[in-house]
Each structure stands twice: as structure tokens, then as C-alpha cells.
Design a binder for this molecule. Structure first.
Ligand code: FAD
Length: 469
């Protein structure tokens, strides 16, 4: 009798503990992806990108003599139906850590076990399960640096390579067609524009890693802060759908570190930022939906209005902010420096709730990640656990002089700043929905907020709220 492999954010065959365990059983394997209510609520870009990831993974499985069975509906009901149809003796999956996934998976496990089935979850999305990393007092970490020092000393198991073939059942259950799921339906903006910038699937992720290791890693420590440079790995897009295993990535970066590559340690630290964001999400699930610190609940954030709209559309008149917001719209990602700047600007200069920014990112980012996005926004707003005092306000004008000194990034994404704009700058006007009424011949807008006034207003609101952290 077969075993069911329930795939979610682990669309790969390499470095996958649940697959190693399944192969050890010697049973035929039925890989399944379920479009359940939790997955249905994904934002437009991540849902579209997930659909493309599923297509690539289907092909990958077919090459290994297997298939990806697609089903739609509540996870437990779908899995019970599949067990009944196939005579499967159990279901295996890799763990996720957001509140909705944990609640769903706990209920699924209890119900399947109650029916005498094997129901087992495995590590796979992370190097360190969030509850295994503890402070000296047995609690969880709220600050990155001590967390880094602790996990740096914990060995990470070597990844298992992908099997050449997966044992197949005699009969395959029926599968939905991915095209019927219309995963790109909400992608109002130009999917073809964004498609030019994504890299889908396991092989593409491995190419990205090898390209990064062959050059950019040496300059990573400094180039990672320059948004005009191809100085980072761009692997966040693949990591979020599990198209590359984190242990595979960690061991590759560790080897580069041991060979003396200059930027390798900084890169290892970034991978640990990802782990840390999941550590926080697991231990404080409300970080994804509300202020980490409750005293922020009374802060007078705006939640809607023309300033938020201008921010979303890259029309604030603040070039660093607009370049980054347009990069997001054209490429489906945004450079980390840009994310920090636009988040600070929205929450401080525009006094707009970080949740509005978090939601916009969740709709637009092809690398949307529930943990990294929540941690990033709370960090920028000052409402989170990490030490980011509210009065530390990024000035986009001085930031841009430092990190985009020759204006290459601004010109790349803001058509109005060049007499002869390039393809990516023009693509923004193709990608934006017609309802925005954008006109590339209109001059670049004047700043919607004076930076000094915006800063003073934010500081006054902060002082009124009751002062120091
Ligand atoms: P690299 O520089 O090559 O880093 C390698 C990997 O390390 C990344 O792929 C990522 O997995 C991890 N990493 C790097 N920086 C961070 C960080 N600050 N926090 C957590 N992990 C990190 N990242 C996402 O993956 N999804 C998000 O939705 C997301 N939202 C963010 C929102 C805000 C407001 C901020 C400030 C940051 C956010 N980040 C998010 C973190 C970071 O900006 C991206 O991970 C990074 O830009 C991805 O590019 P890269 O893969 O080239 O990174």
C-alpha cells in the first residue's frame, strides 16, 4: 500500500527529510498538493508564482517516474478521500510555522492518527526547529545577535541528495488540472512583465546558488547594500516555496566560508535572520497580525488615504521610495535596502500603519514569506521585539546618496527621471492596472511630504505616546 506525501512549501526532491523517511518505508509514494482554504487566501503575486512552481514541480516528479496529484478543498477532507481511494497507510509532510498552518496540521495529525494511520511531520523548511533553540533560562530569543551566537554552534545535518526515482503506485488517483485553479486570476498587473524576472523550480534555484557562489559572494558584505548591483543571491523567491533546501544552502555557504570567501560569513548571518524570523513567528504568532508590543495599539496610525495610494503606486515624489515601489511592481521583489526605506517612510513620514504595508507586500511579492515579512515590518515600524527605537527614522534623501550614489537604481525604475528611459522603467507603466490612470508623459511628482516635517510629526506623535522604549 502507498504512502501520501503532502507537499506545501517544499517543492523539491533534494534535501527533503520527509522524502528520505518515506523512501525508507519501501512503499509506493503518492505526492499531493492541496489547494485548501489557507492556500486560497495567498496574495495575488505569491499565488500566481506558486502555480508556476507547481507546474515545474509536476515536471520534476514526472522525470523521476512520479506525478503530482492536485486536489482542492479542506486538507483533512481531501486527505481522507485520498486514503479511501488509494488504500494509503499514512501521510507525511514538512512542518510550517505560521498560526493557520499549525492549527490545520495539528487537527489533521490528530484526526488521521485517530483513524489508525501514520501521520508524521518532519523538519525541512528550517535548519533549527524553533522550539529547539533556547536561551540559558529555557525561553526563546527576542534579539538576533544572541540567537545567532547560539545557533552558530549547533551543527546542521548534511542534506540528503534527491533520489533518481520515486516508487510509483500501480494506480494513480485522479488529479485536478492546474489551469482550472486559475492561480494567476488576481494578478491584475502585468504577469508577463514580472515573469521576466522570476526563476522557477529546483534546477533554476540551484543555478542561482551556483551563480552567486561563483562571484557575488566575495563582494556580498558591501554590495548587498547597493540596490543597483546584482550583489545578493535572489534565492528568497525559491526558499519561500521550498525549491531549494535551507540545509543545502547552508552547507554550500559554509564551504565557501571555509575556503575563505570574503562575504560568506555575512551571507550565513542572513540565512540565520530567516531562521530567527521563524523563531519569532512560532513563539509569538501575533507578530504577523498585530503589534508585537501592545503599547503600540493606541498609536495614531493612518490606515487608508491618498498618501498610502501614492506610496503603493510609486508616486510619493521621494525617488528612493518610488524606485523601490516600482521595482516591486515590475520584478515582484524589492532589494532589502529598498524594503527598509519604504517601510520606514510609510510608517514614520506618512504615519501609516505597518499592517497596510505588510498587506501590500503580501499581495505583490513573489518571495512573500509570512515570517520575514512580519519581522521586517515590525522592525521598521519600531513596534516589534528587536531593538529599533521609534526615533531612528531613515532619511530617504541621505540614504539614496549613500546607497545609490550615481542614481543608477533610481533611473532604472523611474522613467520620468531620464530623457531616454530603459525597458524596466517603462515596464512599470505596462504592469500597472489601467485603473491607476498612470501617464508616463506626466512630470515626476513633487514630494507628498516634506521630509523634515514628516519626521517632526512622527517624533511628536511618538513623544505624545509616552516617550522612551
Ligand atoms: P540575500 O541577501 O541573498 O540573503 C539570502 C537569504 O537570507 C534570503 O533569501 C533570505 O531568505 C534570508 N534573509 C536575508 N535578509 C533577511 C531578513 N532581513 N530577514 C529574513 N531573512 C533574510 N524576505 C522574504 O523572503 N520575504 C518577505 O516577504 C520579506 N519581507 C520583508 C519586508 C520588510 C519590510 C523587510 C525590511 C525585509 C523583508 N524581507 C523579506 C527580508 C529581505 O529583504 C529579503 O529576504 C531579501 O531582500 C531577499 O533577497 P535575496 O534572496 O537576494 O537575499
Amino acid at each position: 500500500p502507498p504512502l501520501i506525501l503532502w507537499f506545501r512549501r517544499d517543492l523539491r526532491l533534494d534535501d527533503l527529510p520527509m522524502l528520505t523517511a518515506a523512501l525508507a518505508s519501501g512503499q509506493p509514494l503518492i505526492p499531493v498538493f492541496i489547494l485548501d482554504p489557507e492556500t486560497e487566501t495567498l496574495g495575488a503575486a505569491p499565488k500566481w508564482r506558486l502555480g508556476l512552481g507547481l507546474e515545474a514541480f509536476s515536471t520534476r516528479l514526472a522525470e523521476a517516474g512520479s506525478r503530482l496529484i492536485l486536489r482542492r478543498g479542506p486538507a483533512l477532507a481531501v486527505l481522507e478521500a485520498l486514503v479511501a481511494e488509494t488504500g494509503a497507510t499514512g501521510v507525511l509532510w514538512s512542518r510550517l510555522y505560521d498560526a493557520a498552518a499549525k492549527a490545520r496540521d495539528t487537527a489533521v495529525k490528530a484526526a488521521l492518527k485517530g483513524q489508525g494511520l501514520r501521520a508524521e511531520s518532519f523538519a525541512g523548511h528550517l535548519m533549527h526547529e524553533p522550539w529547539t533553540v533556547q536561551t540559558g533560562q529555557g525561553g526563546f530569543y527576542r534579539v538576533y545577535t544572541p540567537y545567532w551566537r547560539t545557533v552558530r554552534g549547533i551543527p546542521v545535518a548534511a542534506p540528503d541528495p534527491a533520489p533518481a526515482r520515486l516508487p510509483a503506485p500501480d494506480h494513480w488517483p485522479a488529479s485536478d488540472q492546474i489551469s482550472d485553479w486559475r492561480m494567476g486570476a488576481a494578478m491584475r498587473r502585468g504577469a508577463p512583465v514580472v515573469a521576466a524576472h522570476i526563476r522557477v523550480g529546483e534546477a533554476a534555484a540551484m543555478t542561482r546558488l551556483n551563480d552567486f557562489l561563483a562571484g557575488p559572494i566575495d563582494r556580498y558584505a558591501s554590495a548587498r547594500d547597493l540596490p543597483a548591483e546584482p550583489g545578493t543571491s535572489r534565492l528568497s523567491e525559491n526558499l519561500t516555496y521550498g525549491e531549494i533546501g535551507i540545509r543545502r544552502l547552508w552547507h554550500a555557504a559554509l564551504a565557501a566560508f571555509e575556503q575563505g570567501h570574503a562575504g560568506a560569513e555575512t551571507f550565513l548571518k542572513e540565512l540565520v535572520w530567516r531562521e530567527f524570523s521563524y523563531h519569532l513567528l512560532h513563539h509569538t504568532p501575533h507578530i504577523a497580525t498585530g503589534n508585537w508590543k501592545a503599547e503600540w495599539d493606541a498609536f495614531p496610525w493612518a490606515t487608508t488615504g491618498p498618501q498610502l495610494t501614492a506610496w503603493q503606486r510609486g508616486l510619493t515624489g521621494e525617488p528612493f521610495v518610488d524606485a523601490a515601489m516600482r521595482e516591486l511592481y515590475v520584478t515582484g521583489t524589492m532589494h532589502n535596502r529598498g524594503r527598509m526605506i519604504v517601510a520606514s517612510y510609510l510608517t514614520k513620514h506618512l504615519m501609516t500603519h505597518w499592517k497596510a504595508g505588510l498587506d501590500w507586500f503580501a499581495d505583490c511579492l513573489v518571495d512573500w514569506d509570512p515570517a520575514a515579512n512580519a519581522m521586517g515590518w515590525q522592525w521598521a515600524a519600531g513596534s516589534g521585539p528587536d531593538a529599533a527605537p521609534y526615533f531612528r527614522i531613515f532619511n530617504p534623501a541621505t540614504q539614496v546618496e549613500k546607497f545609490d550614489p550615481n542614481a543608477a537604481y533610481r533611473r532604472r525604475f523611474i522613467a520620468e527621471l531620464s530623457r531616454n528611459p530603459g525597458a524596466e522603467a517603462r515596464a512599470f507603466f505596462d504592469a500597472a492596472p489601467r485603473s491607476w490612470g498612470l501617464d508616463p508623459t506626466r512630470p515626476y511628482p513633487r514630494p507628498i511630504v516634506d521630509l523634515a516635517e514628516g519626521r517632526a510629526r512622527a517624533l511628536a506623535a511618538y513623544a505624545a505616546r509616552g516617550g522612551a522604549e
